[in-house]
Design a protein around this ligand. Structure first.
Ligand SMILES: [Zn+2]
Length: 283
């Protein structure tokens, strides 16, 4: 069975605990292809992408789940996004001084926001303190404090793979403290090497072979950008004709570059006439 670019969900029904496992390979390599930055910068992006895939599967929604971290440190901006169809994309900006460290050492003073952009409901935003040794620590603190859900998260990334593992008590079902503590102790022995190399079934057998666990069908994770000429035209249109004319006069045409996928969009005067036609008729 395919063991990369898939998400697996599983559940310990008797214990009221659910879990997820993800390993990204081609989708991760495609997502970072258009991103600059040293291996440490890229590692942060990989861990964040594994995290948004895991989190996207803990909720029912139609749209995008976005993790955004921003600070005044050497690592300035990181965005990781996953849709309910498990399409991922990300961007990261950091200088060459970025070296391994805690979130504060990487980002300096800043903030992290989780956003759920839903097609059917108002956007949801949760603020996650940029604290802890890594995204896994920051996010598990967020789940425990803000969502009142016992959660453990493991995230790792290198040049070829990004992996994640999550355990969480089921929201609707009380989990016995003893059961959670036992599962947590067993899970704590999992290593980065195992998550990079073993299949989900092998991991579950190695950690929890005495517990009954139900594992669901794999879900494919892909790199896919949601940018489009239409969306950019909407943004341009909202800028107003005067500003667009100024750019056209300076540069001949308007170039827009998608930072997630590297796609270039070019708009000339004829395009701008078409985009702003509604505005013209209004005047
Ligand atoms: Zn794009």
């Amino acid at each position: 069975m395919k063991q990369n670019d898939i998400l697996r969900r599983f559940i310990f029904e008797a214990l009221g605990v659910r879990g997820e496992w993800v390993r990204l390979e081609h989708s991760w390599q495609a997502a970072k292809e258009h991103q600059q930055g040293n291996s440490c910068v890229q590692q942060q992006l990989g861990e964040a992408l594994a995290a948004v895939v895991l989190m996207s599967a803990t909720i029912k929604f139609s749209g995008s789940l976005i993790l955004q971290a921003q600070g005044d440190g050497d690592l300035k901006t990181l965005v990781a996004q996953c849709t309910n169809d498990r399409n991922i994309r990300g961007l990261v900006r950091g200088n060459d001084n970025v070296k391994p460290g805690s979130l504060t050492e990487l980002f300096g003073t800043g903030f992290m926001v989780l956003t759920i952009e839903s097609e059917t409901a108002e956007p949801y935003q949760g603020i996650v303190p940029l604290e802890g040794n890594n995204f896994a620590e920051a996010l598990q603190t967020y789940f425990v404090q803000s969502e009142q859900l016992q959660t453990r998260l493991w995230l790792f990334a290198n040049q070829t793979h990004a992996v994640g593992f999550l355990l969480q008590e089921l929201p609707s079902q009380g989990t016995y403290k003893e059961d959670w503590a036992r599962i947590e102790i067993l899970a704590n022995t999992v290593t980065e090497k195992e998550l990079m190399e073993l299949s989900c079934e092998e991991i579950l057998y190695r950690l929890f072979n005495e517990d009954k666990v139900t594992i669901f069908e794999p879900e494919t994770v892909s790199f896919a950008c949601q940018c489009s000429a239409q969306k950019i035209e909407q943004t341009l249109s909202s800028m107003g004709r005067t500003e667009l004319d100024t750019i056209l006069a300076e540069r001949g045409n308007i170039e827009v570059h998608c930072e997630f996928c590297g796609h270039h969009y070019t708009f000339d005067k004829v395009d701008i006439d078409r985009i702003t036609v509604d505005e013209q008729t209004l005047h």
